[in-house]
Design a binder for this molecule. Structure first.
Ligand code: F6R
Ligand code: MG
Ligand code: MG
Length: 366
């Protein structure tokens, strides 16, 4: 029997601006799932990261199944009603389409789905990031799956000897999914050449070349490509299977100790370091910093264990302190240069009008 993991995530409203969803909002999403799931799903786990609510479901219907997607969509609609009733900020913000069309892809919510034959033991990780975009996972995935400096398993573990296949999406292409497949180690430099531009090229999935099995599924939606304008950062989710023919959990987590700079933060328009945080954490400094949470699970026949908070260990306190330092250091630079995103990635376009209005006041000296 094949098991499917589906995680569907949306920002449908939050308290105090973009801090976190309300308890009532979470309850209404949870109640909708519990009252309507019937035997459609085997198990589920509801959580939030910053202002985003994620519904992780296990089932046997495969990726892209309309009833699974509808369950999540309707749960978010039910939540949106609560968000409106409570006057939450950005109620229903990520539900960009009026009516459900069979698949939430392209409708606003972020989706990541994995289908596989369960191993006798099945460790996997569920990541959710807020105040950033899908390219935030590029560097951590590259390091975990392609760099033996991070992942000794690439030279030690027999099940990883042939490396991995990366599927990378050109998210700038809006007329369909434009993807490329690259194999590491031989395509390593080509992969790096693409991943250096995380706003354009995003890792969608990673596959074992030893067994052909899928290790990673990440969401790739860019909200501004759906809405035609910026409606918020895309706040990506990701599922990663760990151990044996895949990197160990520790190898997958290690890159998050870097606190690398990602797009996001205040008004979705800045470069800020990515901070690993505990499950169900909110947002604070400068509408950020961008955060990533990780819930670790084991699973048997689709039944989930409790979620274990992978970034709760005291080790990550030191990382968080360093990332806070990096964030404050970058913020001392205000609006100048590297601190703010390039024009094409700004969520607020007021600056374009300002620059336009200034043009006639320029003079060219003779
Ligand atoms: C992502 C997020 C941000 C906001 C952005 C602008 O979760 O909340 O990307 O969309 O900061 O939001 P406003 O204009 O509402 O402050
Ligand atoms: Mg938001
Ligand atoms: Mg968000």
């Amino acid at each position: 029997m094949k098991t499917t993991l589906s995680v569907i995530k949306a920002d449908i409203g939050s308290i105090g601006g973009h801090i976190c969803p309300s308890r009532q909002l979470l309850d209404s999403v949870r109640n909708h799932i519990e009252e309507n799931a019937g035997d459609l799903i085997i198990d589920h786990y509801l959580s939030f990261t910053g202002d985003d609510i994620a519904i992780l479901m296990t089932h046997t219907h495969g990726p892209g199944h309309d009833e699974i997607h509808r369950l999540a969509w309707d749960a978010f609609l039910a939540g949106t009603e609560t968000a409106r009733r409570q006057g939450l900020y950005g109620a229903g913000q990520d539900l960009l389409k009026e009516s459900f069309s069979g698949n939430v892809k392209g409708m606003g919510p972020a989706v990541a789905e994995l289908e596989f034959e369960e191993r006798p033991n099945e460790p996997f990780l569920f990541f959710a990031a807020d105040k950033t975009d899908p390219g935030a996972y590029n560097l951590p995935l590259y390091l975990a799956f392609a760099d033996p400096m991070n992942t000794p398993g690439l030279i030690l573990a027999p099940g990883m000897s042939r490396g991995f296949r990366f599927v990378v999406m050109d998210v700038g292409h809006t007329e369909g999914d434009r993807v490329i497949e690259l194999n590491t180690p031989e395509d390593l430099y080509d992969l790096a050449a693409l991943l250096r531009d995380p706003e354009r090229y995003v890792i969608e999935s990673v596959w074992s070349r030893d067994t052909g099995e899928q290790a990673v599924a990440a969401s790739t939606s860019r909200l501004h490509n759906i809405a035609g304008k910026y409606t918020g950062k895309d706040d990506p989710v990701m599922l990663v299977r760990a151990q044996k023919m895949f990197p160990a959990t520790g190898e997958i987590l290690a890159p998050y100790a870097i606190g690398h700079f990602v797009a996001g933060g205040m008004r979705g328009s800045h470069q800020m370091p990515l901070m690993p945080v505990g499950l169900n954490s909110g947002i604070s400094y400068f509408d950020g910093p961008p955060v990533v949470s990780c819930a670790a699970f084991a699973m048997h026949e689709g039944r989930l264990t409790e979620a274990v908070d992978a970034f709760a260990h005291p080790f990550w306190d030191e990382v968080r302190n360093r990332v806070a330092g990096k964030a404050m250091e970058m913020r001392r630079q205000g609006f100048v240069g590297a601190a703010m995103l390039p024009m094409s990635e700004l969520e607020y376009t007021g600056i374009m009008e300002k620059l336009e209005a200034l043009q006639p006041r320029f003079t060219v000296r003779g």
